[in-house]
Design a protein around this ligand. Structure first.
Ligand code: ADP
Length: 493
């Protein structure tokens, strides 16, 4: 166990963001250093040569000026310049040759004598008044720039020669190398620090999110996901916070549903058991009583059946397992059929159910399920209607929409309960007092069906005054063959 822990500690995960960032950053830093070294090796000589040529041009101009304007101090000036700049200066006058040698590591007199003689001849020949070209000298045939020109001052004419080495001296090269070494260390060190800092900053929010996710997986819904300062991780944290909220809600509903379902199933089961026992013990021989008790058992079984069917339908809707069987049909006719099936209550139980149709309105949807919604609205209106037992089924049609309203003058719905009537298992507390039967699933099924149709729906209700449950669908033009059927039936617009 201990060994395993040890091994775990030493193990480097090459797939982790931390290691990957670190490795890539270091590779980048090493690459940069390599580039610097390769470039300096390839280009330093070329660069140095260019620089020296420019410098030689400037020095020559200055020497010419000095020779002409300040001849008395020229020797001193030339000597200083030769040593400061590291060049050889020679001045040939009619009766003297002065050499100021600032080049180290080579016997200048010997190495350049031939080239200087050649230059002298060219100037003497009068073909050119000044010349400049590259020469090579010394054991290693190093490059030099030779510049020669005729100059003049109050004492007469003279020839000025300048020889400039075109390669960096050992000292210069070692300074540059030294500097590059420092730069390399700085780049590598800075790269390492930056890589460590970045990898920590990048992984911190992910580690935090992972920690919170572990908490969530243990069922702690209070955990909050925080995404740090990065847009992506903030977005991830936001999504996870929403997911955690949803999980909490669904967990809550699941408990609620189990509680409700067991309660709803228990009541009819208890009734069935009690009445069956009654038949067994008491009414078995009394056909009248037995029938009465059997009727209770049958109606409780029906209730159980209805409850189970509603539950199945509701859970199918919840899990999106329902596919709509869509067709073109006249919703006015479907509403009329629903009205017809409830109309019997007018004569049998004194209800005043009215039907106010509009002109035919074709919609495209699942006829059976939309009919179920209308039935549900009407059966609720019957259950919750008021003293006057008034119910009105009204259809309103505009150019583009048709709406179906089921209005009652019943108990209405308290304001704070209105948003919840569409929730699964919601039953207003007033119903329990009035002992109205219901599963609390009807409207949630209606909501599911209407949402699948993208229909607008709602309820306008005032406690004690009544309710208006409605939904609205777009009116469509039926395709041609449907139209023919409708025309044949004489129901066309
Ligand atoms: P139930 O089986 O309880 O009727 P529903 O989902 O159909 O379940 O309705 C949910 C709740 O909405 C009902 O319990 C009731 O409180 C309220 N409700 C529905 N229709 C009406 C209505 N027409 N008048 C007053 N309250 C209603």
């Amino acid at each position: 166990m201990n060994n395993e822990a040890e091994r775990g500690k030493l193990h480097i995960d090459f797939h982790s963001i931390k290691t990957t960032t670190l490795v890539y950053f270091m590779l980048f830093a090493v690459f940069m250093v390599l580039i610097i070294w390769v470039l300096q090796d390839l280009f330093i000589n070329k660069y140095y040569e260019n620089m020296r040529v420019q410098e030689a041009t400037r020095t020559a101009t200055a020497l010419e000026g000095q020779f002409q304007d300040n001849p008395r101090h020229f020797a001193e000036y030339a000597n200083d310049t030769a040593h400061n700049v590291g060049i050889l200066i020679r001045v040939d006058t009619a009766n003297s040759t002065d050499v100021y040698d600032g080049i180290n590591g080579i016997n200048s007199q010997e190495a350049f004598s031939n080239d200087l003689e050649k230059a002298k001849k060219t100037l003497t020949s009068g073909k050119e008044s000044s010349i400049g070209y590259k020469i090579s000298a010394g054991d290693n045939e190093a490059s030099y720039l030779l510049y020669a020109t005729n100059v003049m001052n109050v004492f007469g004419y003279a020839k000025l020669y300048i020889v400039t080495p075109l390669f960096p001296s050992e000292a210069t090269i070692s300074v540059i190398k030294n500097m590059l070494e420092y730069i390399s260390f700085i780049i590598l060190g800075f790269g390492l620090i930056l890589a460590i800092y970045l990898s920590i900053r990048l992984t911190k929010p992910i580690e935090n999110i992972t920690k919170s996710a572990h908490e969530l997986s243990k069922g702690n819904y209070n955990v909050k996901f925080s995404g740090g300062n990065f847009t992506e991780t903030t977005e991830l944290a936001k999504v996870l916070n929403t997911a955690s909220y949803e999980m909490e809600q669904s967990d809550f509903y699941q408990r609620e549903i189990i509680a409700n379902v067991s309660h709803d199933l228990k009541t009819p089961l208890t009734m069935i058991k009690s009445y069956a026992e009654m038949i067994q013990d008491i009414s078995g021989d009394n056909p009248e009583k037995r029938n009465e008790h059997l009727n209770v058992i049958i109606s409780e079984t029906d209730r159980l059946n209805m409850l189970v069917m509603d539950m199945m339908e509701s859970s199918k809707l919840q899990s999106n397992a329902i596919k709509l069987d869509k067709e073109y049909f006249d919703i006015v006719e479907v509403a009329r059929e629903a009205y017809e099936s409830f109309r019997i209550l007018n004569t049998q139980e004194g209800y005043k159910i009215n039907f106010r149709p509009c002109k035919p309105a074709f919609v495209y949807g699942d006829k059976a399920r939309l009919s179920q919604v209308i039935h549900n609205f009407i059966s609720n209106a019957v259950k919750y209607s008021g003293e006057d037992k008034y119910i009105s089924i009204e259809l309103k049609r505009s150019a583009k929409k048709v709406s179906i309203h089921v209005i009652d003058h019943g108990i209405g719905i308290p304001k704070d309960a209105i948003p919840h009537v569409w929730d699964r298992y919601f039953r207003s507390s007033a119903n329990h007092e009035r002992k109205i039967e219901g599963t609390g699933l009807g409207l949630s099924i209606c909501k599911g069906v209407l949402s699948l149709h993208n229909a607008d729906y709602g309820v306008k209700s005032e406690e004690g005054k009544g309710s208006d449950f409605w939904f609205e669908l777009p009116v469509v033009k039926p395709p041609k063959q449907d139209k023919v059927v409708e025309v044949n039936n004489g129901k066309e617009d």
